[in-house]
Design a protein around this ligand. Sequence first.
Ligand code: AR6
Length: 165
Amino acid sequence: MTLKFIYQDITKMNVDAIVNAANTQLQGGSGVCGAIFKAAGWQKLQAECDQLAPIETGEAVVTSGGNLAASYIIHTAGPIYQKESKNASDLLAASYHNSLKKAVEKDCDSVAFPLISTGVYGFPQDEAVKIAVKTIRQFLLKNELTVYLVFFDEALFTKSQELFR
Ligand code: AR6
């Protein structure tokens, strides 16, 4: 029943599942997605993803963790901020919520999230952190899970830690 902030490369996390900031076609890409595909084993992970694609924005699906320490990768497509401006917040919350549900379905005790949609997809970072924290805290009221929110930007990590202490 804990949410922890951590400044780390998510591919190095020793947890039951890590979440990938994917696209609806589940195609290996850049950013955190590229790092995860590379560390997990690109071809094998892409083959698993191809069986599950496409997904809706806000939906989540699960593959193996490949060569990662994590047993599972939960792939969720966050909203493209410019495209979904009206529904972007709800869709981002759905990405977190649906990923958490998948983690529980797979009996995970621990799961690590990147800041979904805050890179290529352009979601304002401070707002995205707020939505992530709110959605995760709500879920943890009823579920036993350790959740890590993984920051890749040290300044944002420090600022967010102070804000949500
Ligand atoms: N560990 C943790 N966080 C990371 C890492 C890492 N190794 N690398 C980057 N980040 P982005 P999106 C942070 O662009 O905006 C891909 O091509 C990064 O600083 O990876 O959801 C997909 O295939 C940022 O805060 O994801 C999709 O097509 C956050 O991860 C599209 O980009 C998310 O940035 C998804 O875009």
